[in-house]
Design a protein. Structure first.
Length: 318
């Protein structure tokens, strides 16, 4: 099996010539399981936009317009979890199309229906790579996994400041390796991917694509967002879709707070735990981005008429 480092070197020989500023993570990523409990029925942090508030908050944010946010979110799913969440959505909601929206920039896929990914320092091993380069690297890594007998996966037991410090190795001898797109489309579901770094705001290229995607949807379509844990990236995109549907009627803080009460996290709150100070700048940057996106949707020359990046350039907000 080609190691991640060798794959990066091969890809880097081509990319560095054209993009010498690209920097790669120095720590060789580990092939990890992306679920802690393989027998769980549903993925971590599974919720619907119209779900009940899980916690009390005073004052309680408005629920106005939540019925227009036809979306759900979660962490990474396994094959069984995917089938169960689709069944759950189908039972409770009517939709014309169901889109599984993958928000992960890190290289990932499935082995015998279990989700796996290559996890490096702070999960930033693909930082600086274009979407096309990530897809090419991912295909190379998955092909290497397909040819490995046995294949060793690692269950993460402990991390410190974004670095894996302890794992439990698991060997798999005969295995089916798939991309997420292959797994999803085999079930006659729609698949879309927006490449977002873990703990980061989405870049402007991906937001342009997301805006175009939302404008293409029918009024009866349903979106399911997921990232690795179902916390930062998934909640951010639930907030963005809520903004698109409700910014003209609901204050931004209500939108952010209600998505926090439906889900696991307020994306505006700064981390206060020891050892997580490295996340503060990322949270601040994400908040500035969300505030700008809210203004973009409110502006009559914004969301309805312009691409996100064009609107930013006109206002010199970049």
């Amino acid at each position: 099996m080609l190691s991640y480092k060798k794959c990066m070197i091969l890809l880097g020989c081509v990319l560095y010539t054209a993009f010498p500023s690209i920097l790669y993570a120095k720590i060789d990523p580990v092939l990890v399981l992306d679920v802690q409990k393989e027998d769980s029925l549903y993925p971590k942090n599974f919720r619907c936009a119209m779900g009940d508030f899980k916690r009390d908050r005073e004052p309680t944010p408005s629920r106005k317009g939540l019925e227009r946010v036809r979306a759900s979110a979660s962490g990474q799913f396994s094959q069984i979890m995917l089938d169960n969440l689709v069944s759950s959505i189908s039972t409770r909601k009517q939709y014309s199309e169901l889109y599984m929206v993958d928000l992960r920039k890190e290289s990932h896929g499935f082995v015998d229906g279990l989700p796996v990914s290559w996890y490096g320092f702070r999960n930033l091993q693909n930082k600086g790579l274009s979407a096309e380069a990530v897809e090419s690297l991912e295909q190379t890594l998955l092909e290497g996994a397909r040819q490995s007998h046995p294949l060793t996966l690692h269950r993460i037991l402990k991390k410190k400041r974004g670095e894996i410090t302890k794992t439990y190795p698991i060997e798999i001898k005969g295995h089916l390796v798939q991309t997420e797109k292959q797994l999803v489309t085999a079930r006659s579901l729609n698949y879309r991917r927006f490449f977002v770094l873990d703990k980061h705001r989405p870049n402007d290229i991906e937001i342009d694509k997301f805006v175009e995607f939302t404008k293409s949807l029918s009024s009866e379509a349903w979106i399911h967002f997921h990232c690795r844990a179902g916390v930062g990236r998934s909640t951010t995109f639930m907030v963005l879709l809520d903004i698109i549907q409700n910014a003209h009627e609901v204050p931004l803080l209500d939108i952010v707070q209600r998505q926090a009460l439906i889900g696991p996290k307020n994306i505006f709150e700064l981390p206060s735990e020891p050892g997580k100070s490295w996340k503060i700048a990322k949270v601040q940057a994400r908040r500035r981005f969300v505030e700008q996106f809210y203004a973009y949707v409110l502006d009559e020359t914004g969301y309805q008429q312009s691409a996100w990046s064009d609107w930013l350039r006109r206002r010199e907000l970049t």
